[in-house]
Design a protein around this ligand. Structure first.
Ligand SMILES: [Zn+2]
Length: 303
């Protein structure tokens, strides 16, 4: 029996499945005081493959209390953790790795809603990447503000294209010429409107003369229709107005549309007038109304 197990455990595990299928007992990879382990009473209680020691998520070992509850064996904390710490550290990595691959799977594209995208992103615990968090901290945002920044694209618009657009800005993977050039997809990293200036996200939306004149007109236009004073900082253009933000939902939506407008114009190297932006806003309002109508119809049909 023991040699049979040894044979089974002969392959060096290199996937999550291999690790889960490892027989714990007499395993040449699991050694306590230089000897393979075998606890008869544990084996009799049903512990055999490593998967029996994992929790429902299959990524984590049972805690000591969960283990005792599940197998009702006589053992102490040290004995249980002695066995777990004898497992190769690679195995713990494999158990986690495959889980990450599984969580990136998104639902069918035509069934995507803001809610499903949001949930997938939230569930994917690797997000936001540490670089994003670091960048936002450097910009001076505290934890509450950072949470607002992450959820804003999902709250101010129902249009997935715009949500994803803002999401890319937050996480710094919007395809500007600067990034496309690094990927060897375009011949130069420059802004189509400026000579020899890289088109970074910050140039595209803030420092390009076309962008700064756009935001001046935007502020004038917004003040005239809202009868409120508006000052937009660089951070607010990039990530939204976060103060009193429940009443700034429309403004934040308009800012995202503004950036989308600048991005599309730069993509086509097209010069523009502010009136083109107003037309785009009107189109977007129609789209939002259509989405709202569709989701209400869905709710109505479900009832
Ligand atoms: Zn420029």
């Amino acid at each position: 029996m023991i040699s049979h197990w040894q044979e089974l455990n002969n392959v060096v595990p290199s996937t999550k499945k291999d690790v889960r299928d490892q027989i714990v007992w007499n395993n040449r990879f699991i050694k306590i005081n230089k000897a393979s382990a075998y606890f008869r009473s544990w084996h009799q209680a049903g512990i055999c493959k490593l998967s029996t020691l994992l929790d429902e998520s299959n990524t984590r070992f049972l805690t000591f209390n969960e283990f005792v509850r599940k197998f009702k064996v006589k053992c102490n904390f040290l004995q249980y953790h002695g066995l777990l710490s004898a497992m190769p550290s690679d195995w713990k990595k494999y158990l986690k790795q495959e889980e990450q691959a599984a969580t990136v799977t998104l639902p069918d594209v035509d069934k995507l809603t803001c809610k499903t995208v949001y949930r997938s992103l939230i569930d994917h615990q690797n997000l936001p990447p540490p670089t994003t968090e670091k960048r936002l901290i450097e910009c001076g945002f505290d934890i509450q503000e950072r949470q607002k920044i992450y959820s804003l694209p999902f709250l101010v618009t129902k249009e997935i294209k715009l949500t994803i657009f803002q999401y890319k800005i937050i996480h710094n993977f919007l395809y500007t010429n600067y990034i496309l050039y690094k990927m060897k997809k375009v011949e130069n990293p420059h802004c189509p409107f400026c000579t020899n200036v890289d088109q970074t996200v910050s140039h595209l939306f803030i420092s390009c003369p076309y962008a700064s004149s756009f935001w001046s007109e935007f502020i004038e236009w917004y003040q005239s229709i809202s009868k409120k004073t508006l000052n937009l900082s660089k951070n607010e253009v990039m990530y939204g107005v976060l103060n009193d933000w429940s009443s700034c939902s429309t403004l934040n939506h308009l800012i995202i549309i503004g950036k989308y407008f600048l991005y599309c114009k730069a993509l086509n190297s097209g010069k523009f007038q502010f009136a083109d932006y107003i037309n785009l806003v009107n189109d977007k309002i129609e789209i939002e109304q259509h989405i709202a109508l569709m989701s209400n119809t869905h709710k109505f049909l479900k009832k």
